[in-house]
Write a protein that binds this ligand. Structure first.
Ligand code: AMP
Ligand code: TRP
Length: 328
């Protein structure tokens, strides 16, 4: 029986955070052995907010290097940069014709991002979920490992696939999402009501996958908690709860059990230990990343070969879709 297909993307819009790692990238590596996987650097998504071209060019390859450093293998998975495969834009256009303004207007990410980018309210920000649907549907994807913030985008992808199939006949596989248990929604260390985001202006709000150990330790120490001075795992202590979720996502333990273990102790002890847990998990990734970045031609080769493999699959889907809609 053919293996199932998993697909996901990460925008190269800044240094990847432990939110990206625990919510998405660390799950990618777990799927590699059982699924035919494709993972891409979603740079076409990134330009929905303003990017510096030179910086974006650098981040394309850096993000690919992070994939490899986190343990993904170009022998097992297809790793590529989105803009290297023109099929993503081609399918996006066709899918735009079966997507309604009303459903795009309901996307909370669009509403949030348009508030933050009032001076650059471009139409790509609005149609972004259609591009994401194109990414996923191009490869007959069964499973999409993502963080919780992508829930609506997966739903609309499913709706678009079903609608297209109804109108033009069976064409697309309708995909399912895969969310990690503890890591699906890592919150900001400075404002535990907000998700941790790559683009947060407050550096203390995020821990980045490539942060140096002393920086990680410092940021964990500065994480906002509360003045109750009592260890619990509860919604009322959102900052603390987030720290336990991060702890559990890194070690595989249940956050409630970790909280029990620290019961009666001060927040400082917990923060010290958590800092060490994070450093221990991320140090090998940072070291491998630094090695990989000293061989850019190798990374470019991985990207080139990945794009060739991806395009081979994607062009078949485009051919099928173009026939269905009457272009061919
Ligand atoms: P992005 O940075 O928006 O490209 O996100 C890449 C992947 O990381 C997506 O699957 C997101 O859902 C996931 N992700 C981003 N931020 C978080 C977070 N704070 N917690 C968990 N997952 C996240
Ligand atoms: N939109 C996703 C995010 O911001 C990134 C992404 C782009 C993606 N294309 C995708 C995720 C396809 C899963 C599948 O996090």
């Amino acid at each position: 029986m053919a293996r199932k297909i998993a697909y996901s993307g990460v925008q190269p819009s800044g240094g990847l955070t432990i939110g990206n790692y625990l919510g998405a990238v660390s799950n990618f590596t777990k799927l590699e052995n059982d699924y035919d996987c494709l993972f891409n650097v979603a740079n076409m998504h990134a330009i929905t907010v303003e990017q510096d071209p030179a910086e974006l060019r650098r981040k394309n390859i850096e993000t690919l290097a992070i994939f490899l450093a986190a343990g993904l293998s170009p022998e097992k998975s297809i790793l590529f940069i989105q803009s290297d495969c023109p099929e993503h834009a081609e399918l996006c256009w066709v899918l735009n014709s079966v997507t309604y303004m009303g459903e795009l207007g309901r996307m909370t990410q669009f509403k949030d991002k348009s508030k933050k980018n009032e001076d650059n309210l471009n139409s790509a920000l609005f149609t972004y979920p259609v591009l994401m649907a194109a990414d996923i549907l191009l490869y007959n994807t069964n499973l999409v490992p993502v963080g919780d913030d992508q829930r609506q985008h997966i739903e609309i992808t499913r709706d678009i696939a079903i609608r297209f199939n109804n109108r033009y006949g069976e064409t697309f596989v309708v995909p399912e999402a895969l969310y990690s248990k503890e890591g699906a929604r890592i919150m900001s260390l400075q404002n535990p009501d907000q998700k941790m985001s790559k683009s947060d202006e407050d550096e203390n709000a995020t821990i980045r996958m490539l942060d140096e150990p002393n920086v990680i330790i410092k940021k964990v120490k500065r994480a906002v908690t509360d003045s109750l001075a009592e260890i619990n795992y509860s919604d009322e202590q959102a900052g603390l709860k987030n720290l336990f979720n991060i702890y559990g996502a890194f070690t595989g333990e249940k956050p409630e059990e970790i909280a029990n273990r620290y019961s009666g102790q001060g927040y400082g002890v917990l923060k010290n230990d958590l800092g060490e847990v994070i450093v221990e998990s991320l140090s090998p990734i940072r070291e491998t990343y630094n090695k990989l970045m000293s061989d850019i031609p190798y990374l470019e080769k991985v990207a080139r070969e990945g794009a060739e493999k991806a395009s081979k699959i994607a062009s078949k889907t485009i051919d099928k879709v173009y026939r269905k809609v009457g272009f061919r």
